[in-house]
Design a protein around this ligand. Structure first.
Ligand code: TEU
Length: 588
């Protein structure tokens, strides 16, 4: 059933197994992308209807957040059938059509693979919970009450771990009187990867999707699948109510073995695919091991260092970002994965606030900061990811009342903290800047009713700034955020220096100036970005052109090209052979 992929570049890299080194991935969060049937939820037909938008932008890959059958306790990250599409999103026929239409436009399709846990409504869990001696009992992580306690009483949980979504990581199942582990929602029981049958079932399911024609997987919290046997109690950090199990379930003892086995069982003999693992808490050393091609585990991972910079003692008690912190973190990862491994480059996704609001200045320098951040990110070494709406400079949502929230993590956190007597206004203030719902408001297609997202009532409110920030106002409009993203993507396709070159940070004398050089052989690309709302002057003179750096190939129009950098100004210079002008047509 595999469809013909129409490639969009002629670069030799594009036809190699490392094609993803010159590719840009676009993440679609289907429920918020485009609604074709007026039920208020985005769907697969909505994605099909907007493939033109993605083709115009020039992206090579679409990563679809989960569309499988699901009770939607965590917006589809709780899967009850891995081989079917949730009716909310459409049918398998719709999916096949999307795959075919994407491929005919040169766009690959990557599925979200959520296999740390399933839904509690998955048939596997239904069987597992049915009795102590069911053959699938051991497919999940079951434990009796802590010795000396009575099941069901507070503190009787098998260990002290907390769940990511508040409360303990264990739920008592009355049918058998035992607890099951759920690192996320109680409707997301963790699979027991120690059991070889579980692993074989996951591999078989992955092969089924690859045989259907998909081009790879984004693997949800894949670094959490191997738990330390014994599941020891964790330390209780200040401000927390539960123990921290992270050291015992992140990058656990058998993770590398499980990933290598998966590579062998699923990907051996296949070509043209990509894999990216979500890996919260990953260190550079861990990421290097997982993404070193010689080890045959994953092509790249999403690390979290830069998106955790503004978390305080608790995630929802944010702290201000230190000047230069973003550039310093990105630099550290560029250097850390320079020799072995590969970076995923992202500033936002469906779990993170909008980058222009978080790292930029969405009040006074909205366009400039959205384009400056994009420039700083996209020309690094690694594979860039664009989260839906980011290419339009979509901002955080005005979340003020608890009723504005839909995300179960936020709703549970609010209930937990206010029950402890914390001031609801303060709790809400922290949530509003960090909440995952900031990224989940509908894509703003036009200034029409509901931003052109739905003809019905959207499941979450449209951001009122859709009146000015929307696709119709930007596509084909010179100087727009969208056109700047389009130019950055074209630049990557047109330059092996950008895809493969070395990275070197240049000291401009101010941590808020992110200046770096990419070099390959004799050619180089110089990127200079002011990541602040102040006018700044680098210690070295900024002539036009900068001596030895080549000519200006792209700027975000924030400044006048003079010797100092205007707020959020971005300039890209390249030596004559560094950019293939024929391929970069979009730049002219
Ligand atoms: O997220 C895992 C994760 O570690 C966090 O980014 C998560 O958003 C959480 O809020 C931490 O506080 C992945 C998915 O991307 C997320 O949408 C799911 O809710 C989660 O796994 C469970 O599947």
């Amino acid at each position: 059933m595999s469809q013909q992929l129409q490639l969009r570049t002629t670069s030799p890299l594009a036809t190699s197994d490392d094609w993803w080194k010159q590719a840009v991935v676009y993440q679609v969060y289907p429920r918020s992308f485009a609604d074709s049937d007026a039920d208020g939820y985005g769907d697969l037909r909505g994605v099909i209807d907007h493939l033109d938008h993605l083709e115009t932008l020039g992206v090579d890959v679409v990563w679809l957040s989960p569309i499988y059958r699901s009770p939607q306790a965590d917006n589809g990250y709780d899967i009850s059938d891995y081989r079917d599409i949730d009716p909310l999103f459409g049918t398998l026929d719709d999916f096949d059509e999307l795959l075919e239409q994407a491929h005919s436009r040169g766009i690959r399709v990557v599925m979200d693979l959520v296999v740390n846990h399933t839904s509690d409504e998955h048939a596997w869990f239904q069987e597992s919970r049915s009795s102590l001696d069911n053959p699938k009992r051991d497919w999940y992580i079951w434990r009796p009450a802590r010795p000396g306690t009575v099941a069901g009483e507070p503190g009787a949980e098998p260990n002290n771990w907390g769940s990511f979504f508040s409360g303990p990581a264990w739920d008592l199942d009355e049918a058998t009187g035992e607890y099951y582990l759920h690192l996320f929602h109680r409707k997301q029981p963790d699979l027991n990867w120690e059991n070889p049958e579980v692993r074989a079932a996951v591999h078989e399911m992955m092969r089924w999707w690859l045989d259907r024609g998909v081009d790879g997987f984004r693997m949800d919290v894949i670094n959490l699948i191997s738990k330390v046997p014994g599941l020891p109690d964790g330390e209780v950090h200040p401000g927390e109510l539960f123990g921290d199990g992270f050291p015992f379930y992140a990058f656990g003892p058998r993770l590398h073995e499980f990933l290598q086995e998966m590579h062998r069982e699923v990907f051996d003999g296949r070509h043209g695919f990509m894999t990216v693992g979500e890996a919260p808490g990953a260190t550079i050393d861990q990421a290097r091991l997982v993404t070193d091609p010689a080890r045959r585990e994953l092509d790249m991972v999403f690390q979290f260092e830069h998106v955790d910079l503004d978390h305080g003692e608790l995630k929802y008690r944010p702290v201000p970002l230190e000047r230069g912190a973003l550039a310093a973190s990105l630099t550290k990862w560029q250097e850390g994965l320079a020799e072995h491994g590969w970076n995923s480059l992202y500033l936002g996704n469906h779990d993170q606030p909008r980058p222009v609001s978080r790292f930029g200045d969405d009040r006074d320098h909205w366009r400039e900061s959205a384009t400056a951040l994009a420039t700083a990110l996209h020309l690094l070494r690694g594979t860039p990811y664009v989260y839906q709406g980011e290419e339009l400079g979509m901002t955080n949502a005005p979340l003020t009342r608890i009723d504005d929230y839909r995300d179960v993590e936020a709703v549970n956190y609010y209930a937990e903290r206010t029950a402890l007597g914390e001031d609801p206004t303060e709790v809400l203030a922290g949530m509003s800047v960090i909440s995952r719902d900031n990224a989940r408001t509908p894509v703003q297609w036009s200034d029409g009713p509901e931003a052109g997202f739905t003809a019905g009532t959207p499941w979450i409110e449209v951001n009122p700034n859709a009146a000015s920030i929307n696709a119709a106002a930007q596509v084909g409009v010179e100087g727009s955020v969208f056109e700047h993203y389009r130019a950055l993507i074209a630049l990557r396709h047109a330059s092996e220096v950008i895809a493969l070159g070395d990275f070197e940070r240049l000291d401009a004398g101010d941590p808020a100036i992110f200046a770096y050089r990419r070099a390959l052989g004799e050619e180089s690309v110089l990127v200079i970005v002011n990541l602040s709302s102040e006018r700044l002057t680098p210690v070295w003179a900024l002539g036009d052109p900068v001596p030895g750096a080549g000519e200006l190939v792209l700027s975000n129009g924030a400044g006048d090209g003079g010797g100092s950098l205007a707020p959020w100004e971005a300039r890209v210079l390249a030596t004559p052979g560094a950019v293939d002008r024929d391929v970069a047509g979009a730049l002219d």
